[in-house]
Design a protein around this ligand. Structure first.
Ligand code: ATP
Ligand code: MG
Length: 384
């Protein structure tokens, strides 16, 4: 089976690594250069998309910010899974919010802003503090403004206006203003839906962000009621989109309630722990769904965690002395804050996982793994 992935980053790479044993060959379309490449070596295989489509039995995507022309061409081939519509929803917060409303899924109170009048209305209708997010092209906390109260509204509006005015030809920007949610924690649900409509989800994962970027995810056996609540949301969204593949949903948890933050129509950073911590990893399950193979079990094998390596191209080798620890590099060149790789670690119990996480936090340099130690210490306290 041959699959073309739109996007040639680490997610395409990890898909390729995961499904080689299934005899699925992955090629990746690099949207920047327009070449189809080998996702591991990044060597050019074809010089254009058309040959990549011809090569593929199925086409999928590793990210949602793909130009609509490319999506339309892939959709027309009849090979694209999930559909272009599902991918577009993940790439445009306006469509995303409308989907959440349609599915009757709880989310933060918000308003879409396209004009100064919308902006003024949002300040009147929503309670502070607010977070304003670019409807298009936002990721890793980019394209966001925060507003504590009305005092700096004028300067923020000028910023947003400049952003609107700077849009490329034919692009209509908007911003979604959202009330800040006083969440207890952030969790996400990664799951898969096949073409027959079967769904399987991994356990909810707790996510810790550092400066707007995911830094640590922890997956353990989770409270059944909360898991059921999240599964219900997953099913309603995935069914509404007639989704095929892995889909991730980010939530804010307040008490026992989950509010959807956003969805990602793809494999997700908060599901990287499944490479070592679940029966079938998210990358394999995504390709199983896309290629019409039966989904693999999403059961947690044992408590597991993932630590993102941001902006560093090396870590002390000594971390590999810690039992059940694996290191995954993405082969990217070093840039400040860039996702360069991740570390997965598992334990037979939460106590053992916490102890191993603490050993990692002791070895990893604090400057590059800011907040890791206090976060792990708090987790260790909670489970002991
Ligand atoms: P990523 O690509 O990492 O998922 P993103 O750019 O798509 O990020 P969001 O997930 O919407 O952006 O926001 C990034 C982070 O900012 C969230 O994980 C959360 O910590 C915080 N945040 C976003 N919206 C809210 C909100 N309404 N209330 C409180 N915190 C929020
Ligand atoms: Mg997010």
């Amino acid at each position: 089976m041959n699959v073309l992935v739109l996007g040639a980053g680490q997610l395409a790479r990890m898909m390729a690594l995961a499904v080689k044993p299934l005899n699925i060959n992955i090629r990746a379309f690099d949207v920047g250069s327009g070449n189809v490449v080998d996702p591991l070596s990044t060597n050019i295989i074809f010089g254009d998309l058309a040959q990549g489509i011809e090569f593929a039995d199925f086409i999928t995507a590793e990210f949602e910010h793909i130009d609509h022309q490319t999506l339309a061409i892939c959709q027309a081939s009849g090979k694209l899974r999930p559909s272009s519509q599902a991918i577009k929803v993940g790439g445009d917060r306006r469509l995303e919010k409308n989907l959440l409303i349609k599915c009757n899924v709880a989310n933060a109170k918000h308003q879409i802003i396209e004009t100064k009048a919308d902006f003024d209305q949002a300040l009147d209708n929503l309670s502070f503090p607010l977070i304003l997010k670019s409807a298009l092209a936002g990721y890793d906390g980019k394209g966001q403004w925060r507003l504590k109260d009305k005092s700096n509204a004028d300067s923020i509006w000028l910023d947003i206006k400049a952003f609107f005015d700077g849009a490329e030809q034919g692009v209509k920007h908007a911003v979604v203003a959202e009330q800040m949610v006083p969440f207890d924690r952030e969790v996400s649900l990664v799951g898969a839906r096949d073409s027959q409509g079967n769904t399987l989800v991994y356990p909810l994962t707790e996510n810790h962000h550092t400066q707007g970027v995911l830094s640590v995810s922890i997956a353990t056996q989770i409270d059944e009621t909360l898991q059921a609540q999240a599964k219900k949301v997953f099913d309603s969204i995935a069914n509404e989109l007639d989704y095929i593949g892995v889909l991730a949903i980010e939530f804010f948890q307040i008490g026992e309630q989950l509010l959807v933050n956003e969805i990602a129509p793809r494999v997700h950073n908060s599901g990287h722990w499944t490479q070592q911590g679940a029966d079938t990893c998210q990358f394999e399950n995504h390709l199983r769904a896309v290629c019409d193979l039966p989904l693999g079990s999403t059961e947690l094998v044992r408590p597991s965690a993932m630590i993102n390596i941001l902006g560093e191209d090396e870590v002390p080798n000594a971390i590999l002395n810690i039992a059940s620890t694996t290191l995954h590099w993405y082969g990217k060149s070093k840039r400040v804050g860039r996702k360069m790789g991740h570390i997965n670690v598992s334990g037979n119990s939460e106590q053992q996982l916490a102890a191993r996480l603490m050993s990692l936090a002791d070895i990893l340099p604090e400057a590059a793994f800011d907040e890791l130690k206090p976060y792990v210490a708090a987790y260790q306290n909670k489970v002991n």
